[in-house]
Design a protein around this ligand. Structure first.
Ligand code: CP
Length: 309
């Protein structure tokens, strides 16, 4: 039962609960009109202390498509946060007016702190370089749709693996499935943190800086951008920016049924010349993000839906 729960970490829900969300998302995709009024009278609050396009818009579109309404801020300077209001007081206030809250924050652990003071479900929409569990739901629904199974795949994660919260969340979530091989492709300065690889258990993995060497064996390639906003030193960012650029030439070595995911936004790590390649599914992935967030909202608000009808 997901009603009233928070989503802070990718593994807050059991595999069965995740499957419930994906099954509901599939049904919403097939029969969207069935869900037009399911959240009528409910309010979603979006608290974005950091910029966002996909996460905020997809949550807002999700709630509106379910018949609910949305309030919120897209930058803290337009709220009393700018006067020094704490996260605890902000979420307690937001809980007086709305039924469910989505929070993005530059500090790791901020949504978790909010959840401790909240009387409504809190969803982590990305906290610093830590976790991004609803991006993970998006990624998993996309993989499930194209590959049918999470198990028995080789996944390459490429780019900024040190600060990349989408990578941290996805690896954590995938490590609960059987027989997945992880290939971590990054510059030496942006390697995956050891606290993530330590949780891989029996899964096979290796680290490399060469995308060219890794690409032939991959079933899934998860590209990420080098994140300027996480660097203390601009020179270091400029040195590493452009380290990986996926283009037609590199794709020649890839499997015909490999899929390319990217949480977006991209900068220059995927050349737009491959956007029309059938393996490039990153914009379809962004659309799956709206459907899976619709399913998540319905479940957390306690929508009792029979997907067989
Ligand atoms: N993938 C993602 O989190 O994108 P936004 O930063 O635009 O929300």
């Amino acid at each position: 039962m997901l009603k009233g729960r928070h989503l802070i970490e990718p593994n807050d829900f059991s595999l069965e609960e995740l499957e419930e969300i994906f099954t509901l998302a599939d049904d919403i995709i097939k029969q969207p009109t069935k869900y037009l009024d399911i959240c009528k009278g409910k309010l979603l609050a979006t608290l974005f202390y950091e910029p966002s396009t996909r996460t905020r818009f997809s949550f807002e579109a999700a709630m509106l498509r379910l018949g609910g309404q949305v309030i919120g801020f897209s930058e803290p300077s337009s709220s009393s946060v700018s006067k020094g209001e704490s996260i605890a007081d902000t979420i307690r206030t937001v809980g007086c007016y709305s039924d469910i809250a989505v929070m993005r924050h530059p500090k790791e652990g901020a949504p978790k702190l909010a959840s401790k003071y909240s009387n409504i479900p809190v969803i982590n929409a990305g906290d610093g370089g830590h976790q991004h569990p609803t991006q993970t739901l998006t990624d998993l629904l996309t993989i499930r749709s194209y590959k049918k199974s999470f198990s028995n795949n080789v996944i390459g994660l490429c780019g900024d693996l040190k600060f990349g919260r989408t990578v941290h969340s996805l690896v954590k979530a995938l490590s609960r499935y059987e027989n997945i091989k992880f290939v971590f492709i990054s510059p030496p300065e942006l390697k995956i943190p050891s606290y993530i690889t330590e949780e891989l258990g029996n899964h096979e993995f290796y680290q490399t800086s060469s995308l060219e060497e890794a690409i032939p064996e991959l079933d899934i390639l998860y590209m990420t951008r080098i994140q300027r906003e996480r660097f203390f030193n601009e020179e270091e960012y400029l040195r590493l920016k452009g380290y990986y650029i996926l283009d037609h030439d590199k794709l020649k070595q890839a499997k015909k049924d490999m899929i390319i995911l990217h949480p977006l936004p991209r900068v220059d790590e995927i050349n737009s010349e491959i956007d029309d390649d059938p393996r490039s599914v990153y914009f379809k992935q962004a659309r799956y993000g709206m459907f899976v967030r619709m399913a998540l909202i319905v479940k957390l608000l306690g929508g009792d839906i029979d997907v067989k009808n």
